[in-house]
Design a protein around this ligand. Sequence first.
Ligand code: 5GP
Length: 182
Amino acid sequence: MKNVKLSDIKVLFDETTIQNRIKEVASKLNDSYKDEEVCVICVLKGAVMFATDLVKSLTMPLTMEFIRLSSYGHSTSTSGKVNAVDIKLPDLTDKNVLIVEDIIDTGLTAKFLLDFIASNFRTKSTKFVSLLDKKCSRQVDVKSDEYCFEIDDKFVVGYGLDYDGKFRNLRFIGYADKSILK
Ligand code: 5GP
């Protein structure tokens, strides 16, 4: 991995833009669930910032679960294999399940998770919300019910997303030119 510095990163979405858009997405979810209870599943580590900000604007009663998947390892492209690092969940039978992800790229992680939930639980409903959607990179047919921003084929960092474990703490979402990462 390259030693990428903060100064190498260009802003794609600033803090205000992110927070305003999250409130819009939360408002749509509030309208759709009304007062029904929801189990929010945050996919660690990348979705941690998004999930914690999103739930602050949700108004229905909710519980939160945290699971950990990985598909990238120490790389900027998927290994093609989703690794369930920790996927312990309570019984989700008859629950409204809202999966919160950082980004859908190839779609392999989202598909793995949706298949896992469908084959283990008869939920009342299952929705998928992602902060970012890289539709141009899709390898499997999967889509989110809601997403905040669509992006093109960039490797993004910040606001939960990392490069070699770093930059998750940034308040903005940014990217480094591919020439810097190679
Ligand atoms: P997928 O399985 O859809 O290819 O990838 C999903 C996972 O890959 C995401 O949850 C995220 O952890 C990682 N990922 C995909 N694209 C990016 C990116 O541009 N930046 C970062 N930091 N991670 C990414």
